[in-house]
Design a protein around this ligand. Structure first.
Ligand code: NAD
Length: 267
């Protein structure tokens, strides 16, 4: 049983920012070659590739919109062309487009569902196809492949003003569990990570002023905001054989945000 992801080939979507960036670098430091997917800011993707190479691994940046079926297929084709196969897929790309329900446009609803939910399905489907094609290579991993869906605490915590985002993350939970049930007999492990509040560009207004941060900290029993590396360490573990018996599980990395902290003094 290996403790690392040494020699494995990974794709991380949305890997030029925030959590995806940290996951890509952590996988490389644990021994993987990594495809850094991005949809904008190519130079930020190149920076991540430079960090991967500094860690002694191979990295390439590949442009693809995860909501586009053809571009996702091309992303996986590029990974196979560069590295031969894929062992680990971290479906991380996501966005918010917030509005009160009465003001939310259909375009806002569709865009968030297309990227956050359909995008993860398209990546998971391509991953499953590749893992089924190749099967288990015992010298590489006990599993035929690992898929990690980046969900959110909002797969369980309702979020007023963010109905599209919360619905997309709730959808990820049932998609992940259904896929896990379906492909576990083929030795493919599908799991999710549900981050709480992590310091990244997606939620900058929630932490960039001291007033906002202190409001946010009232929701976090552990008393600090999460850093992208907190999530990255969990992703490396879920991708490695250390977690070989973990199937269809959501790992909450949230400092206790899902523990109903309002009840600690008020229940
Ligand atoms: P971020 O904005 O820093 O990163 C999001 C990444 O997704 C960026 O690289 C962006 O370019 C990419 N992306 C967006 N649309 C894309 C598309 N169509 N195709 C390809 N890539 C696309 O934010 P983050 O916090 O690092 O978010 C990463 C994931 O973590 C998201 O799924 C988000 O929902 C989830 N998450 C974040 C938090 C948090 O507190 N930061 C909490 C829970 C869940």
């Amino acid at each position: 049983m290996r403790s690392s992801v040494d020699g494995q080939k990974a794709i991380v979507t949305g890997a030029n920012s925030g959590i995806g960036r940290a996951v890509a670098i952590a996988l490389a430091r644990a021994g993987a070659d990594v495809v850094v997917n991005y949809v904008d800011r190519a130079e930020a993707a190149d920076d991540v590739v430079a960090e991967i190479r500094a860690a002694g691994r191979n990295g390439i940046a590949v442009h693809a919109d995860v909501a586009d079926e053809g571009e996702v297929a091309a992303l996986f084709a590029a990974a196979r062309a560069a590295f031969g196969t894929v062992d680990i897929v971290v479906a991380n790309a996501g966005l918010q487009d917030d509005a009160p329900a009465a003001a939310m446009t259909l375009a806002q609803w569709h865009r968030v569902m297309d990227v956050n939910l359909t995008g993860q399905f398209l990546c998971a489907r391509e991953a499953i196809r590749e893992f089924l094609r190749r099967g288990v290579v015992a010298s590489v991993s006990a599993a035929a492949g690992k898929i990690i869906c980046m969900s959110s605490v909002h797969q369980t915590i309702p979020w007023a003003g963010h109905a599209n985002y919360a619905a997309s993350k709730g959808g990820i939970r049932m998609m992940m569990e259904s896929l896990a049930q379906e492909v576990a007999p083929r030795r493919i492990r599908v799991n999710a990570i549900a981050p709480g509040a992590i310091r990244t560009p997606i939620n900058r207004p929630a932490w960039e002023t001291s007033e906002a941060l202190s409001r946010l900290l009232q929701l976090i029993p552990y008393g600090r905001i999460g850093e992208p590396e907190d999530v990255a360490r969990a992703a490396v573990w879920l991708a490695s054989d250390e977690s070989d018996y973990v199937v269809g599980t959501t790992l909450y990395v949230d400092g206790g945000m899902t523990l109903f902290p309002g009840f600690s003094t008020n229940g």
